[in-house]
Every structure is written in C-alpha cells, then in structure tokens.
Design a protein around this ligand. Structure first.
Ligand SMILES: [Zn+2]
Length: 286
C-alpha cells in the first residue's frame, strides 16, 4: 500500500483541540520506527475540483475565514490546509484508478462536511471530492465509513446517487446524531456504546456483503481510529490488534482497488500502533 503524506499538513493547530498535528505525527513516528518512511507527496486540490462537491458559498466562507462552528476552529489559512488535505485524498484515489491501493494520511478530516456546511473538525469532504474525481474514470464506487462517528457529510452529498453506495458503521447516540436509519443508497449501522470488534465484525461482514453485491469498480474507505477503547471522544472498544484483523477481513473481501482517507482518532498513544496494525493486516492479504 502506498502512503500519501506531507509535513505541511502538520503546520496548523488550535491549542487544546483534539484534532492536533500530534495525531498524524504519532502515526508517522511509529511507521518510521518500523522502517516505513517512503511517503508520497501531493499538491492541493484545485478550486474547480472542490466545486464539484461544495457550493461556491461554502468554499468562499472557508477561504475568507467567514464561518463559526463550535467544534471546527476558524484558523488562519485553514483554506490552504483543507485544500491540501483534499489533494491527498485525490492522489490516493488516482492510484486506485491506476489499480493500486493507497492511503492518504491527511488532516483536517472531511466526512462531516457537506455541500454547504462544515462541522466536526471538517471543512471540505476529502473522500467525497476523491470519489467525485473517480467517477470521471469509473462507473461505480462504494464508500465505507469506518470512523467511529457517522459520516453525515458524505451521506448528504451522495444520497440517492445511483453510482455511489454509502455505508457507515458508527457509535449510536453520539455526534453528529445522524445515521440512525438506512435509506436509498445509504446504509447505516449504528452500534451500541461499548461495542468491541467481536460484535462490530458482524456489521462489517454485512457491509462487505452489500459492497460485493453492488459491484463497485473502486472502494473508498473513510478510516478513523476513534473506535479505539482509549479514544477520548467516543466509547467504542477496539484494541490495537483489532485493526489488524479488521484490515484482513476487508482486504480479503474487497477485490477491487481501494483507497483510504484518514478521518478521526484522537488517542495519541494508541493511534500509531493501531495504524501500523491496520497496514500490516491489509498488506498480509493484498
Ligand atoms: Zn470520528
């Protein structure tokens, strides 16, 4: 699996905010310790590409720092960082178009951002922008959102789309309080507080079955590590090694090129090893 990363994305932060540069730095440090330091770089997403998913008004609001959201900090130059983050997702998607698997280690995350709104630490919807790009080259794409939170932004962008399947497994009764029911092309699996991988895998198995029946050309996965038991924002119950088994299960079931974008995961101590476990499981079966 190729990994996309650029240090520039570590250059912004909001003091005390859980979406910190230390999260991605912890993953990079862990990978380097394990001898994986071959990262591919990328450039920013062009505005014309952002416009395929977001409204002009939304893009301008981010660009001019003309917005307020209690969770999503209004940081100088955030437009530059959010566009660059989307660029990472695009680069990973392009590799999938070229029939290789890729992971975009990016921040800010994206799955809570919709056409016209930001929220939940997300400004532009990275995976949606990448999927829209893929739809120029292939017919059908499945999005699997395995962050611990519901991917409400992604769902709102692709609902009723015939060429996109959206599936999210997430903690019930938690931010953003959506994803309670399935409808149209959107399948939601809310799981109880305290759910660990032994129960979670039943829903994952069902999700993978839905993907295979849909028959996508490419799969895009929003991956967050806030399903970990030590995550400060949610109450799910994964341990580091669960990500190894999860990746093997997904990698074996999906037979088409797959790209990943990083969403959440806020426990600095576990995120490096959890990511490494996921990567090892994936590479074991692909
Ligand atoms: Zn999350």
């Amino acid at each position: 699996m190729e990994i996309f990363f650029t240090k520039e994305l570590l250059e912004y932060y909001e003091p005390g905010h859980p979406e910190s540069p230390e999260r991605v730095q912890a993953i990079i440090d862990f990978l380097e310790k394990k001898g994986r330091s071959n990262f591919l770089s990328f450039g920013s997403a062009q505005e014309s590409i952002l416009l395929e998913v977001h409204s002009r008004m939304h893009i301008d609001a981010v660009k001019k720092n003309n917005f307020f959201d209690p969770d999503t900090p209004n940081i100088p130059d955030i437009f530059k960082f959010a566009s660059l983050s989307a660029g990472g997702a695009l680069a990973a998607a392009q590799l999938a178009i070229d029939k290789e698997d890729a992971f975009a280690l990016i921040r800010p995350p994206g799955h809570h951002a919709g056409k016209d709104f930001l929220g939940g630490f997300c400004y532009f919807n990275n995976i949606a922008i990448a999927v829209q790009h893929c739809l120029r080259s292939v017919k059908k794409i499945a999005i699997l959102d395995l962050d611990g939170h519901h991917g409400n932004g992604t769902e709102s962008i692709f609902k009723d789309s015939k060429n996109v399947l959206f599936i999210s497994i997430h903690q019930a009764h938690a931010y953003p309080w959506t994803g309670v029911m399935s409808f149209s092309n959107c399948y939601n699996f809310p799981v109880k507080k305290g759910t660990g991988f032994p129960d979670y895998r039943i829903f994952l198995h069902e999700a993978l079955g839905l993907i295979n029946r849909f028959g996508p050309d490419i799969v895009g996965i929003s991956l967050g590590f806030d399903t970990h038991r030590n995550d400060p924002l949610l109450d799910l119950n994964f341990v580091d090694s669960d990500y190894y088994h999860m990746a093997k299960m997904i990698g074996r079931s999906i037979c088409v090129p797959t790209f990943f974008v990083l969403e959440g995961g806020y426990d600095i101590k576990s995120i490096g090893n959890s990511f490494f476990c996921f990567l090892s499981g994936w590479e074991k079966v692909r």
